[in-house]
Design a protein around this ligand. Sequence first.
Ligand SMILES: Cc1cc2nc3c(=O)[nH]c(=O)nc-3n(C[C@H](O)[C@H](O)[C@H](O)COP(=O)(O)OP(=O)(O)OC[C@H]3O[C@@H](n4cnc5c(N)ncnc54)[C@H](O)[C@@H]3O)c2cc1C
Length: 389
Amino acid sequence: MDFTLDEEQREIRDWVRTFVRRELLPLEPEVLRRERANQPGLTRDELKQLQDKAKAAGFFGVLTPQEYGGMGLGALMAALLEAELGRTFVPFRFGGYADNILYHANEEQKQRYLLPTISGERTSCFAITEPGAGSDAKAIRTSARKEGAEWVINGEKTFITQGNEADFAMVFAVTDKDRGADGGVTCFLVDREMGWRSEPIPTMGQWGPAALVFDEVRVPEQNVLGEVGHGFTLAMQWIGQGRYLLPARALGSCERLVEMAIEQARNRVTFGKPIAEYQAIQWMLADSAVEIEALRWLVLHAAWLVDQGADSRHAQSMAKLYGGVKANEIVDRVLQIHGGMGYTRELPIERWYRELRLLRIYEGTDEIQRRTIARNLIKGHAKVTGSLG
Ligand SMILES: Cc1cc2nc3c(=O)[nH]c(=O)nc-3n(C[C@H](O)[C@H](O)[C@H](O)COP(=O)(O)OP(=O)(O)OC[C@H]3O[C@@H](n4cnc5c(N)ncnc54)[C@H](O)[C@@H]3O)c2cc1C
Protein backbone atom coordinates (compact mmCIF):
# COMPACT_ATOMS: atom_id res chain seq x y z
CA MET A 1 0.00 0.00 0.00
CA ASP A 2 1.59 3.24 -1.16
CA PHE A 3 0.03 6.54 -0.10
CA THR A 4 2.53 8.77 -1.90
CA LEU A 5 1.96 10.53 -5.21
CA ASP A 6 4.18 9.54 -8.10
CA GLU A 7 6.36 12.16 -9.76
CA GLU A 8 3.89 12.96 -12.53
CA GLN A 9 0.96 13.25 -10.13
CA ARG A 10 2.98 15.54 -7.90
CA GLU A 11 4.01 17.73 -10.83
CA ILE A 12 0.42 18.13 -12.00
CA ARG A 13 -0.82 18.87 -8.49
CA ASP A 14 1.98 21.37 -7.88
CA TRP A 15 1.26 23.18 -11.14
CA VAL A 16 -2.34 23.74 -10.06
CA ARG A 17 -1.24 24.76 -6.57
CA THR A 18 1.02 27.41 -8.12
CA PHE A 19 -1.74 28.51 -10.50
CA VAL A 20 -4.09 29.02 -7.56
CA ARG A 21 -1.45 30.97 -5.65
CA ARG A 22 -0.34 33.18 -8.55
CA GLU A 23 -3.54 33.67 -10.56
CA LEU A 24 -6.49 33.16 -8.24
CA LEU A 25 -5.54 34.25 -4.72
CA PRO A 26 -4.71 37.82 -5.85
CA LEU A 27 -8.27 38.10 -7.23
CA GLU A 28 -9.90 37.31 -3.89
CA PRO A 29 -10.38 40.88 -2.58
CA GLU A 30 -12.01 42.00 -5.85
CA VAL A 31 -14.19 38.87 -6.07
CA LEU A 32 -15.36 39.48 -2.52
CA ARG A 33 -16.00 43.17 -3.23
CA ARG A 34 -18.10 42.35 -6.30
CA GLU A 35 -20.06 39.62 -4.58
CA ARG A 36 -20.82 42.01 -1.74
CA ALA A 37 -22.28 44.32 -4.42
CA ASN A 38 -24.43 41.46 -5.75
CA GLN A 39 -22.34 41.02 -8.89
CA PRO A 40 -20.73 37.81 -10.14
CA GLY A 41 -17.25 37.33 -8.67
CA LEU A 42 -15.77 36.79 -12.15
CA THR A 43 -17.24 37.90 -15.46
CA ARG A 44 -17.54 35.31 -18.22
CA ASP A 45 -14.65 36.98 -20.04
CA GLU A 46 -12.42 36.92 -16.99
CA LEU A 47 -13.18 33.25 -16.39
CA LYS A 48 -12.42 32.53 -20.05
CA GLN A 49 -9.09 34.40 -19.84
CA LEU A 50 -8.08 32.38 -16.80
CA GLN A 51 -9.17 29.16 -18.48
CA ASP A 52 -7.12 30.09 -21.56
CA LYS A 53 -4.05 30.64 -19.37
CA ALA A 54 -4.52 27.21 -17.85
CA LYS A 55 -5.15 25.70 -21.27
CA ALA A 56 -1.90 27.15 -22.61
CA ALA A 57 -0.14 25.05 -19.96
CA GLY A 58 -2.15 21.97 -20.98
CA PHE A 59 -4.81 22.21 -18.25
CA PHE A 60 -8.04 21.66 -20.11
CA GLY A 61 -10.70 19.02 -19.55
CA VAL A 62 -9.23 17.25 -16.52
CA LEU A 63 -11.69 14.35 -16.81
CA THR A 64 -12.33 14.76 -20.54
CA PRO A 65 -10.90 11.84 -22.54
CA GLN A 66 -7.81 12.63 -24.62
CA GLU A 67 -9.64 11.76 -27.85
CA TYR A 68 -11.85 14.79 -27.11
CA GLY A 69 -8.89 17.06 -26.47
CA GLY A 70 -8.91 16.68 -22.69
CA MET A 71 -6.30 15.48 -20.20
CA GLY A 72 -8.14 12.24 -19.41
CA LEU A 73 -6.57 12.20 -15.97
CA GLY A 74 -9.05 10.04 -14.12
CA ALA A 75 -10.91 10.42 -10.87
CA LEU A 76 -8.02 10.38 -8.40
CA MET A 77 -6.19 13.22 -10.10
CA ALA A 78 -9.45 15.11 -10.63
CA ALA A 79 -10.13 14.89 -6.89
CA LEU A 80 -6.63 16.11 -6.04
CA LEU A 81 -6.95 19.05 -8.42
CA GLU A 82 -10.43 19.90 -7.18
CA ALA A 83 -9.03 20.09 -3.65
CA GLU A 84 -6.39 22.55 -4.86
CA LEU A 85 -9.06 24.74 -6.48
CA GLY A 86 -11.14 24.52 -3.30
CA ARG A 87 -8.40 26.44 -1.47
CA THR A 88 -9.82 29.64 -2.92
CA PHE A 89 -13.39 30.93 -3.18
CA VAL A 90 -12.63 32.52 -6.56
CA PRO A 91 -15.23 30.75 -8.74
CA PHE A 92 -12.77 29.20 -11.18
CA ARG A 93 -13.09 25.87 -12.96
CA PHE A 94 -10.95 24.50 -15.76
CA GLY A 95 -12.37 24.74 -19.25
CA GLY A 96 -12.94 21.68 -21.40
CA TYR A 97 -15.49 19.98 -19.20
CA ALA A 98 -18.71 18.30 -20.28
CA ASP A 99 -21.22 16.40 -18.13
CA ASN A 100 -20.25 12.73 -17.99
CA ILE A 101 -23.61 11.58 -19.39
CA LEU A 102 -23.17 13.60 -22.60
CA TYR A 103 -20.71 10.90 -23.70
CA HIS A 104 -23.77 8.68 -24.17
CA ALA A 105 -24.77 10.96 -27.07
CA ASN A 106 -24.86 9.53 -30.59
CA GLU A 107 -22.48 10.88 -33.22
CA GLU A 108 -24.83 13.59 -34.43
CA GLN A 109 -25.68 14.70 -30.87
CA LYS A 110 -21.99 14.77 -29.99
CA GLN A 111 -21.43 17.37 -32.71
CA ARG A 112 -24.30 19.53 -31.47
CA TYR A 113 -24.01 19.12 -27.70
CA LEU A 114 -20.92 17.32 -26.41
CA LEU A 115 -18.20 19.00 -28.47
CA PRO A 116 -19.51 22.58 -28.13
CA THR A 117 -19.86 22.03 -24.36
CA ILE A 118 -16.25 20.86 -24.13
CA SER A 119 -15.05 23.85 -26.16
CA GLY A 120 -17.10 26.25 -24.01
CA GLU A 121 -19.36 27.46 -26.82
CA ARG A 122 -22.42 25.95 -25.16
CA THR A 123 -23.51 25.64 -21.53
CA SER A 124 -25.56 22.76 -20.17
CA CYS A 125 -27.67 22.19 -17.09
CA PHE A 126 -28.85 18.99 -15.45
CA ALA A 127 -32.54 19.03 -14.62
CA ILE A 128 -34.13 16.28 -12.56
CA THR A 129 -35.34 17.96 -9.33
CA GLU A 130 -38.95 19.18 -9.23
CA PRO A 131 -41.01 21.03 -6.64
CA GLY A 132 -42.49 17.67 -5.59
CA ALA A 133 -39.43 15.46 -6.17
CA GLY A 134 -35.96 16.10 -4.70
CA SER A 135 -34.53 13.30 -2.56
CA ASP A 136 -37.26 11.10 -3.95
CA ALA A 137 -36.18 11.65 -7.55
CA LYS A 138 -38.28 8.69 -8.68
CA ALA A 139 -41.36 10.81 -7.95
CA ILE A 140 -40.76 13.20 -10.87
CA ARG A 141 -43.90 14.15 -12.77
CA THR A 142 -42.57 16.14 -15.73
CA SER A 143 -43.98 14.20 -18.65
CA ALA A 144 -43.08 13.66 -22.29
CA ARG A 145 -45.68 12.32 -24.71
CA LYS A 146 -44.89 11.18 -28.22
CA GLU A 147 -46.56 12.99 -31.13
CA GLY A 148 -45.29 11.84 -34.50
CA ALA A 149 -41.55 12.47 -34.68
CA GLU A 150 -41.59 14.72 -31.60
CA TRP A 151 -41.84 14.47 -27.84
CA VAL A 152 -43.92 17.10 -26.05
CA ILE A 153 -42.63 18.00 -22.59
CA ASN A 154 -44.73 19.48 -19.78
CA GLY A 155 -43.67 20.17 -16.22
CA GLU A 156 -41.50 22.20 -13.90
CA LYS A 157 -37.96 21.68 -12.66
CA THR A 158 -36.47 23.49 -9.69
CA PHE A 159 -33.07 24.37 -8.17
CA ILE A 160 -31.26 23.80 -11.46
CA THR A 161 -27.63 24.92 -11.29
CA GLN A 162 -26.71 27.01 -14.35
CA GLY A 163 -30.38 26.94 -15.34
CA ASN A 164 -30.30 30.68 -15.98
CA GLU A 165 -27.20 30.57 -18.16
CA ALA A 166 -27.59 27.23 -19.95
CA ASP A 167 -28.50 27.13 -23.60
CA PHE A 168 -29.57 23.52 -23.36
CA ALA A 169 -30.88 21.33 -20.56
CA MET A 170 -30.60 17.61 -19.94
CA VAL A 171 -34.18 17.11 -18.86
CA PHE A 172 -35.56 13.98 -17.21
CA ALA A 173 -39.20 13.25 -17.96
CA VAL A 174 -41.63 10.37 -17.51
CA THR A 175 -42.28 8.64 -20.82
CA ASP A 176 -44.02 5.59 -19.36
CA LYS A 177 -46.05 6.29 -16.23
CA ASP A 178 -46.55 2.62 -15.39
CA ARG A 179 -42.85 1.82 -15.41
CA GLY A 180 -41.72 5.08 -13.74
CA ALA A 181 -38.03 5.13 -12.83
CA ASP A 182 -37.76 1.45 -13.74
CA GLY A 183 -37.64 1.95 -17.52
CA GLY A 184 -40.16 4.78 -17.82
CA VAL A 185 -37.94 7.88 -17.47
CA THR A 186 -36.11 9.36 -20.45
CA CYS A 187 -33.42 12.04 -20.73
CA PHE A 188 -33.91 14.73 -23.40
CA LEU A 189 -31.48 17.30 -24.76
CA VAL A 190 -33.62 20.42 -24.88
CA ASP A 191 -32.36 23.68 -26.40
CA ARG A 192 -33.62 26.87 -24.79
CA GLU A 193 -34.96 27.92 -28.21
CA MET A 194 -37.30 24.93 -28.08
CA GLY A 195 -39.30 26.96 -25.62
CA TRP A 196 -38.42 26.48 -21.95
CA ARG A 197 -38.19 29.43 -19.59
CA SER A 198 -36.01 29.92 -16.52
CA GLU A 199 -36.53 31.96 -13.36
CA PRO A 200 -33.67 32.65 -10.92
CA ILE A 201 -34.07 31.37 -7.35
CA PRO A 202 -32.28 33.55 -4.77
CA THR A 203 -30.35 31.46 -2.24
CA MET A 204 -28.01 32.08 0.69
CA GLY A 205 -25.10 31.20 -1.64
CA GLN A 206 -23.31 33.40 -4.13
CA TRP A 207 -24.98 32.01 -7.22
CA GLY A 208 -28.59 31.22 -7.82
CA PRO A 209 -30.04 28.11 -9.39
CA ALA A 210 -33.18 28.36 -11.53
CA ALA A 211 -36.70 27.04 -11.89
CA LEU A 212 -37.34 25.76 -15.43
CA VAL A 213 -40.81 25.73 -16.95
CA PHE A 214 -41.80 23.37 -19.78
CA ASP A 215 -45.14 24.16 -21.31
CA GLU A 216 -45.84 22.01 -24.39
CA VAL A 217 -42.15 22.14 -25.35
CA ARG A 218 -41.65 20.16 -28.57
CA VAL A 219 -38.44 18.18 -28.84
CA PRO A 220 -37.42 16.20 -31.94
CA GLU A 221 -37.14 12.46 -31.28
CA GLN A 222 -33.45 12.54 -32.22
CA ASN A 223 -32.87 14.56 -29.03
CA VAL A 224 -33.31 11.59 -26.71
CA LEU A 225 -30.03 11.06 -24.85
CA GLY A 226 -29.22 7.35 -24.66
CA GLU A 227 -32.28 5.18 -24.98
CA VAL A 228 -35.94 5.87 -24.31
CA GLY A 229 -36.69 4.62 -20.78
CA HIS A 230 -33.04 4.58 -19.62
CA GLY A 231 -33.00 8.09 -18.20
CA PHE A 232 -32.92 7.21 -14.54
CA THR A 233 -29.68 5.26 -14.93
CA LEU A 234 -28.11 8.29 -16.64
CA ALA A 235 -29.31 10.56 -13.84
CA MET A 236 -27.68 8.37 -11.20
CA GLN A 237 -24.46 8.30 -13.23
CA TRP A 238 -24.38 12.11 -13.36
CA ILE A 239 -25.01 12.43 -9.63
CA GLY A 240 -22.31 9.84 -8.90
CA GLN A 241 -19.54 12.09 -10.18
CA GLY A 242 -20.34 14.87 -7.70
CA ARG A 243 -20.17 12.56 -4.75
CA TYR A 244 -16.39 12.53 -4.72
CA LEU A 245 -15.68 15.87 -6.47
CA LEU A 246 -17.86 18.02 -4.20
CA PRO A 247 -16.23 16.83 -0.96
CA ALA A 248 -12.83 17.12 -2.69
CA ARG A 249 -13.46 20.84 -3.22
CA ALA A 250 -14.62 21.18 0.40
CA LEU A 251 -11.44 19.47 1.52
CA GLY A 252 -9.32 22.22 -0.04
CA SER A 253 -11.53 24.91 1.49
CA CYS A 254 -11.15 23.34 4.94
CA GLU A 255 -7.36 23.19 4.61
CA ARG A 256 -7.24 26.88 3.79
CA LEU A 257 -9.72 27.82 6.52
CA VAL A 258 -7.79 25.96 9.20
CA GLU A 259 -4.57 27.60 8.03
CA MET A 260 -6.31 30.95 8.53
CA ALA A 261 -7.42 29.84 12.00
CA ILE A 262 -3.87 28.81 12.96
CA GLU A 263 -2.60 32.22 11.87
CA GLN A 264 -5.33 33.98 13.83
CA ALA A 265 -4.65 31.86 16.90
CA ARG A 266 -0.96 32.77 16.80
CA ASN A 267 -1.61 36.49 16.43
CA ARG A 268 -4.69 37.29 18.47
CA VAL A 269 -3.81 38.16 22.05
CA THR A 270 -6.31 38.03 24.90
CA PHE A 271 -5.58 38.22 28.62
CA GLY A 272 -1.92 38.78 27.73
CA LYS A 273 -1.46 35.60 25.68
CA PRO A 274 -1.99 34.48 22.07
CA ILE A 275 -5.26 32.54 21.95
CA ALA A 276 -3.22 29.63 20.48
CA GLU A 277 -2.10 28.94 24.04
CA TYR A 278 -5.62 28.15 25.22
CA GLN A 279 -6.63 24.52 25.15
CA ALA A 280 -10.13 25.42 23.95
CA ILE A 281 -8.62 26.81 20.75
CA GLN A 282 -6.03 24.04 20.39
CA TRP A 283 -8.71 21.38 20.54
CA MET A 284 -10.69 23.03 17.78
CA LEU A 285 -7.55 23.09 15.60
CA ALA A 286 -6.61 19.51 16.45
CA ASP A 287 -10.09 18.10 15.79
CA SER A 288 -10.26 19.97 12.49
CA ALA A 289 -6.87 18.65 11.35
CA VAL A 290 -7.84 15.05 12.15
CA GLU A 291 -11.13 15.41 10.30
CA ILE A 292 -9.43 16.97 7.27
CA GLU A 293 -7.04 14.03 7.14
CA ALA A 294 -9.90 11.53 7.41
CA LEU A 295 -11.84 13.37 4.69
CA ARG A 296 -8.80 13.36 2.40
CA TRP A 297 -8.56 9.58 2.50
CA LEU A 298 -12.30 9.03 2.14
CA VAL A 299 -12.32 11.22 -0.96
CA LEU A 300 -9.20 9.70 -2.49
CA HIS A 301 -10.34 6.16 -1.76
CA ALA A 302 -13.70 6.80 -3.44
CA ALA A 303 -11.96 8.35 -6.45
CA TRP A 304 -9.47 5.48 -6.60
CA LEU A 305 -12.33 2.97 -6.70
CA VAL A 306 -13.84 4.93 -9.63
CA ASP A 307 -10.53 4.61 -11.48
CA GLN A 308 -10.44 0.88 -10.76
CA GLY A 309 -13.87 0.50 -12.35
CA ALA A 310 -15.04 -0.95 -9.02
CA ASP A 311 -18.40 -0.25 -7.40
CA SER A 312 -17.65 3.04 -5.67
CA ARG A 313 -21.16 4.06 -4.60
CA HIS A 314 -20.79 3.15 -0.92
CA ALA A 315 -17.41 4.88 -0.67
CA GLN A 316 -18.72 7.94 -2.49
CA SER A 317 -21.69 8.25 -0.17
CA MET A 318 -19.33 8.10 2.81
CA ALA A 319 -17.08 10.79 1.32
CA LYS A 320 -20.04 13.03 0.49
CA LEU A 321 -21.66 12.61 3.93
CA TYR A 322 -18.46 13.07 5.93
CA GLY A 323 -17.35 15.99 3.75
CA GLY A 324 -20.64 17.81 4.16
CA VAL A 325 -20.91 17.31 7.91
CA LYS A 326 -17.28 17.95 8.78
CA ALA A 327 -16.72 20.90 6.44
CA ASN A 328 -19.62 22.63 8.16
CA GLU A 329 -18.26 21.87 11.63
CA ILE A 330 -14.81 23.03 10.60
CA VAL A 331 -15.90 26.35 9.07
CA ASP A 332 -17.96 26.99 12.20
CA ARG A 333 -14.92 26.44 14.42
CA VAL A 334 -12.78 28.66 12.19
CA LEU A 335 -15.39 31.40 12.45
CA GLN A 336 -15.42 30.95 16.24
CA ILE A 337 -11.64 31.25 16.45
CA HIS A 338 -11.90 34.58 14.58
CA GLY A 339 -14.48 35.88 17.05
CA GLY A 340 -16.48 38.93 15.92
CA MET A 341 -14.25 39.40 12.87
CA GLY A 342 -15.25 35.93 11.68
CA TYR A 343 -18.84 37.08 11.50
CA THR A 344 -18.11 40.19 9.43
CA ARG A 345 -18.13 40.61 5.69
CA GLU A 346 -14.56 41.86 5.79
CA LEU A 347 -13.32 38.29 5.89
CA PRO A 348 -14.45 35.53 3.52
CA ILE A 349 -15.27 33.07 6.33
CA GLU A 350 -19.00 33.84 6.38
CA ARG A 351 -19.00 33.39 2.58
CA TRP A 352 -17.49 29.91 2.90
CA TYR A 353 -19.89 29.23 5.77
CA ARG A 354 -22.86 29.84 3.47
CA GLU A 355 -21.33 28.01 0.51
CA LEU A 356 -20.35 24.89 2.43
CA ARG A 357 -23.85 24.59 3.88
CA LEU A 358 -25.08 23.55 0.46
CA LEU A 359 -22.89 20.45 0.49
CA ARG A 360 -25.22 18.88 3.05
CA ILE A 361 -28.17 19.32 0.71
CA TYR A 362 -27.53 18.95 -3.00
CA GLU A 363 -26.63 15.82 -4.93
CA GLY A 364 -28.04 13.73 -2.10
CA THR A 365 -28.68 15.17 1.38
CA ASP A 366 -26.87 13.88 4.47
CA GLU A 367 -29.93 11.82 5.30
CA ILE A 368 -30.02 10.23 1.86
CA GLN A 369 -26.31 9.33 2.07
CA ARG A 370 -26.92 7.78 5.50
CA ARG A 371 -29.85 5.87 4.09
CA THR A 372 -27.68 4.50 1.25
CA ILE A 373 -24.82 3.59 3.59
CA ALA A 374 -27.10 1.88 6.11
CA ARG A 375 -28.97 -0.03 3.39
CA ASN A 376 -25.72 -1.29 1.89
CA LEU A 377 -24.63 -2.55 5.32
CA ILE A 378 -27.96 -4.14 6.21
CA LYS A 379 -28.32 -5.84 2.84
CA GLY A 380 -24.72 -7.06 3.00
CA HIS A 381 -23.53 -5.11 -0.09
CA ALA A 382 -20.86 -3.45 2.03
CA LYS A 383 -19.00 -4.32 5.21
CA VAL A 384 -17.86 -2.15 8.10
CA THR A 385 -14.41 -3.63 7.56
CA GLY A 386 -14.27 -1.59 4.34
CA SER A 387 -12.63 -2.55 1.08
CA LEU A 388 -9.79 -4.43 2.78
CA GLY A 389 -12.39 -7.07 3.67
C1 LIG B 1 -28.23 25.47 -4.79
C2 LIG B 1 -28.82 24.18 -5.28
C3 LIG B 1 -28.41 23.67 -6.51
C4 LIG B 1 -29.01 22.50 -7.01
N1 LIG B 1 -28.66 22.06 -8.27
C5 LIG B 1 -29.40 21.08 -8.84
C6 LIG B 1 -29.21 20.74 -10.23
O1 LIG B 1 -28.35 21.29 -10.92
N2 LIG B 1 -30.04 19.82 -10.78
C7 LIG B 1 -31.01 19.17 -10.07
O2 LIG B 1 -31.72 18.37 -10.64
N3 LIG B 1 -31.19 19.45 -8.74
C8 LIG B 1 -30.42 20.39 -8.13
N4 LIG B 1 -30.62 20.71 -6.78
C9 LIG B 1 -31.65 20.00 -6.04
C10 LIG B 1 -31.09 19.14 -4.90
O3 LIG B 1 -30.45 18.00 -5.41
C11 LIG B 1 -32.26 18.82 -3.94
O4 LIG B 1 -32.58 20.03 -3.27
C12 LIG B 1 -31.91 17.74 -2.95
O5 LIG B 1 -31.80 16.49 -3.59
C13 LIG B 1 -32.95 17.62 -1.81
O6 LIG B 1 -34.24 17.58 -2.33
P1 LIG B 1 -35.38 18.55 -1.72
O7 LIG B 1 -34.82 19.93 -1.71
O8 LIG B 1 -36.62 18.32 -2.48
O9 LIG B 1 -35.57 18.10 -0.24
P2 LIG B 1 -36.54 16.92 0.26
O10 LIG B 1 -36.32 15.71 -0.57
O11 LIG B 1 -37.92 17.46 0.34
O12 LIG B 1 -36.00 16.65 1.70
C14 LIG B 1 -36.37 17.45 2.84
C15 LIG B 1 -35.68 16.87 4.06
O13 LIG B 1 -36.17 15.53 4.29
C16 LIG B 1 -35.07 14.63 4.31
N5 LIG B 1 -35.49 13.34 3.74
C17 LIG B 1 -36.09 13.13 2.54
N6 LIG B 1 -36.30 11.82 2.37
C18 LIG B 1 -35.81 11.19 3.47
C19 LIG B 1 -35.71 9.82 3.87
N7 LIG B 1 -36.11 8.82 3.10
N8 LIG B 1 -35.14 9.56 5.08
C20 LIG B 1 -34.71 10.57 5.87
N9 LIG B 1 -34.77 11.87 5.54
C21 LIG B 1 -35.30 12.17 4.36
C22 LIG B 1 -33.99 15.30 3.48
O14 LIG B 1 -32.71 14.77 3.75
C23 LIG B 1 -34.17 16.74 3.90
O15 LIG B 1 -33.54 16.95 5.13
C24 LIG B 1 -29.99 21.82 -6.24
C25 LIG B 1 -30.34 22.31 -4.97
C26 LIG B 1 -29.78 23.48 -4.49
C27 LIG B 1 -30.23 24.00 -3.16
